[in-house]
Design a protein around this ligand. Structure first.
Ligand code: 5AD
Ligand code: SF4
Length: 481
């Protein structure tokens, strides 16, 4: 069942559109969240101007970059294993240079060079524009490190190279960093404070993608609902903004309105939302536009108000439920997914039962569930003992995963007998006679290819399903096509 996972650590290598004049070879691999994949496209774009084309073949590479994730210990262990593999290749190709990007680079900084002798280059998420200089340093035989976090870097002026994609769906980042300081989370330390990108540069990227034939855009940020443009700088300095800046500021609902109206044939999604920052305006804007998908990823982390407080989530169980009620009222067809952490410090059986009962209340369409992993430097690590035994964390995780499975099946069955618009993205993994694409609700549907092609919006009548995939047949083009 592809959408129910308790660990989402995947590596993916990316292939760049080749520039003929480029002679150097870059192997770039990304782990973790969508933001990392999107950042790798920015890095590839910066390095394309430095003479690098990408290769899928590690052995050929002049430069190997790994874009890393620190969210849980397991993610970091996976990356350390990958570095061992690079080490083995470096023995055959000693000229190969190895760089670490992303959250682990930011978290470990210079320590990386001591801990992993293989690493030549350590670059944090806000320092990618310095890569050309850093690579020169490395080529001159010096180790190079830049992990300076920025107050205004959004890479808004870089046109990302679309890597390894299907030419139909793309990510556009709109905010960087996070100010929420959830006590379990390393992100505010690795990606810095929250800042929003200029709406004009977002609009330009959206229009460029439309021109290139893309059909669906996911607006990305650690916390998209707190998007706020008032001329640049950190979100928290908004209080000091001038009256004009305040009067002309743009929030997330307004940004959604802007892009959806500008490109009415483009589908829009967004991720990730945080309950405390999601406004009813966003829900009303979603309702106003047919081209904003009926899907919200709304992590809850726990169903217990006491644990939510320990996590510094800034909302109660009841407030979350009220938000769910509003979603159901304003967007009756909207699907909702969750992130949940089990075994947060001090979590009792009663707290765990609260999480299960909240899940029963919402009946999420799907979810991503994790056992708590203590992260060095976070507020939870400093103030709370990681006191839930591993086997208890695992048992509770198994229980929420099992319940989510039941809910997935219930939600998927609700599609049966109905007809939905699907954007064709790719060939089905299981059959080369079938297309695969997602409904507005983000559920994967497969159906016979007939004469349709990738990028078409089609109407699919659903007549069967597995717990996570809809099976149907095309009944024609959607009017959106
Ligand atoms: N341990 C386990 N899961 C975590 N997440 C974030 N930090 C931790 C941690 N320390 C999960 C949260 C978040 C998702 C991206 O990862 O559920 O929403
Ligand atoms: Fe981490 Fe919380 Fe920010 Fe999400 S909202 S990135 S969990 S601090």
């Amino acid at each position: 069942m592809e959408k129910i996972i308790d660990e989402k650590i995947q590596g993916q290598t990316l292939e760049l559109e080749t520039k003929k004049e480029n002679t150097r070879k870059l192997f770039i691999e990304s782990y973790g969240c969508a933001m990392n994949f999107s950042d790798s496209e920015i890095v590839a774009s910066i390095l394309a101007n430095e003479g690098f084309n990408t290769t899928q073949n590690l052995e050929d590479a002049d430069l190997v970059l790994v874009n890393t994730c620190s969210i849980r210990d397991k993610a970091e262990q996976t990356i350390r294993k990958r570095l061992q593999k690079y080490n083995a290749v470096k023995k055959i190709n000693p000229k190969m240079k190895v760089g670490v990007l992303g959250c682990m680079a930011e978290r470990l900084k210079e320590k990386f060079l001591e801990e992993e002798r293989i690493v030549d280059l350590v670059v944090g998420p806000d320092a990618y524009k310095d890569l050309p200089n850093l690579i020169k340093e490395v080529e001159d035989g010096r180790d190079a490190v830049n992990v300076i976090l920025s107050i205004d870097e959004t890479y808004g002026d870089i046109s990302p190279v679309r890597l390894g994609g299907n030419g139909v769906t793309a990510f556009v980042s709109i905010t960087r960093g996070c100010d929420n300081m959830c006590t379990f989370c390393v992100v505010p330390f690795t990606r810095g404070r929250e800042r929003s990108r200029d709406p004009q540069s977002i609009l330009k990227e959206v229009n460029d993608l439309a021109e290139k034939g893309y059909k669906e855009i996911t607006l990305l940020g650690q916390n998209v609902d707190s998007y706020l443009w008032f001329g640049g700088g950190l979100k928290r300095s908004f209080k000091k903004a001038s009256d004009i800046q305040k009067a002309t500021a743009m929030d997330f609902a307004q940004l959604l309105d802007l892009v959806a109206a500008e490109q009415p044939k483009m589908r829009f999604r967004f991720s990730t939302s945080n309950p405390q920052d999601m406004s009813l305006d966003v829900l009303h804007t979603m309702a106003k536009y047919q081209n904003i998908c009926d899907y919200i990823h709304l992590p809850v982390q726990s169903g217990s108000t006491r644990i939510l407080k320990e996590m510094n989530r800034q909302h109660t169980r009841e407030e979350y439920m009220e938000l769910i009620d509003s979603v159901r009222e304003i967007l009756p067809d909207c699907s909702i997914s969750q992130d949940i952490i089990t075994g947060f410090p001090t979590e009792t059986e009663e707290d765990h039962q609260d999480t299960l009962s909240l899940m029963e209340y919402v009946k999420y369409d799907y979810g991503y569930m994790f056992a708590y992993s203590e992260r060095p430097g976070t507020l939870a690590e400093k103030k709370l003992e990681d006191d839930i035994p591993e086997e208890v964390k695992k048992r509770r995780l198994a229980e929420i995963v099992a319940l989510q499975r039941e809910h997935c099946a219930i939600r998927t069955e609700e599609f049966l007998g109905k007809t939905f618009e699907v954007l064709i993205e790719k060939e089905s993994k299981k059959s080369n006679q079938h297309w695969a694409g997602r409904t507005s609700q983000n559920t994967m549907a497969v159906f016979p290819k007939e004469n349709y092609k990738v990028g078409d919006f089609v109407m699919v009548k659903i007549d069967d399903c597995t717990s996570a995939t809809l099976i149907g047949e095309c009944v024609g083009y959607s009017k959106n096509n």
